[in-house]
Design a protein around this ligand. Structure first.
Ligand code: PGA
Length: 302
């Protein structure tokens, strides 16, 4: 069951085109060229296997950890560990204020940098908020949307997630839209209902063109930061369900091209079993992404 994946990858690259953002323009151009080169390599490798697969992505969500200095130290240690590794896309989501430090520290690498949140307006009287355009201007190329901690502590709804997803695409950022059920829903066997509801309330509101520019992360809330990873089977079933919802709304080809990452207590010792499942296109890693050694192990195993 192989499908041409090229359009989504092409559009992802389209997202990364440098803009006129001043101080970071050179960095954006460099980064764009590097990503383009790695994309070409990937296509060649995929074609040589006479197939085009969904590109694997390993993302590190640092949450509210690390100062600017600690951010720089991480990359000093991490960059050499993943030199020459081209099996997957690597994206790190530091605290917003440390994005410029992270962008500078990864200048010579294929590592991409994202923000953990954005606001949907381009600018205005929204104290404490940051727009997609502003994040892009300091070199971010990805952004997390609707993470369960945003939903839990900041009351973000599916509608908020939709607006933020649209704003991210508009700003040239690749959104990772997070969905996932809480422990009580999991115990009550309602995970599927929750995922269908979250999909309908958020992602389904995108246009087909916008849908081609997102990545989804399935993150069961009961698995986040608990050490209790979903089994590959549970994750796989959830991913299939999300893909089938996507197929109903956006068609088979678009659904097959959608990358779906798994998140929730991913560690060096469970990544291999998860990534072996054809439904799991990568991982969104929290705790284990804070340590250069453990994150490098995850990246290499993907
Ligand atoms: P965790 O976090 O890997 O620490 O469980 C995952 C996430 O919140 O994205």
């Amino acid at each position: 069951m192989e499908f041409a994946r090229e359009p989504v990858l092409t559009s992802a690259l389209g997202q990364l085109s440098p803009t006129s953002a001043k101080p970071w323009r050179k960095i954006s151009e460099l980064r764009f060229k590097r990503v383009q080169a790695s994309f070409k390599r990937f296509r060649k490798e995929s074609k040589s296997k006479s197939q085009l697969m969904r590109r694997r992505t390993i993302a590190g969500n640092w949450k509210m950890y690390k100062t600017a200095q600690q951010t720089a130290v991480f990359f000093e240690q991490f960059n050499p560990l993943i030199e020459g590794v081209g099996n997957c896309e690597i994206v790190i989501f530091p605290v917003s204020i440390n994005i410029p430090t992270a962008v500078q520290a990864t200048e010579e690498t294929a590592i991409q940098i994202g923000a953990q949140n954005l606001f949907w307006a381009r600018e205005g009287a929204y104290t404490g908020e940051t727009s997609g355009e502003m994040l892009h201007a300091v070199g971010a190329t990805w952004v997390l949307v609707g993470h369960s901690e945003r939903r839990q502590y900041f009351n973000e709804s599916d509608t908020d997630a939709l607006r933020k997803t649209q704003a991210a695409i508009e700003a040239g950022l690749m959104p990772i839209v997070c969905v996932g059920e809480r422990l009580d829903d999991h115990k009550a066997g309602k995970a599927g209902d929750v995922l269908i509801r979250q999909f309908a309330g958020g992602i389904a509101g995108l246009t087909e063109e916008q849908f081609a520019k997102i990545v989804v992360a399935y993150e069961p809330v009961w698995a986040i930061g608990t050490g209790q990873t979903a089994t590959p089977q549970i994750a796989s079933q959830a991913h299939s369900l999300i893909r089938s919802e996507a197929e109903k709304r956006f068609g088979r080809e678009a659904a097959q091209q959608l990358r779906i990452l798994y998140g929730g207590s991913v560690k060096p010792d469970n990544i291999e079993a998860l990534i072996r499942d054809p439904e799991i296109d990568g991982a969104l890693v929290g705790g284990a992404s804070l340590d250069p050694q453990s994150f490098a192990k995850i990246v290499k195993a993907a």
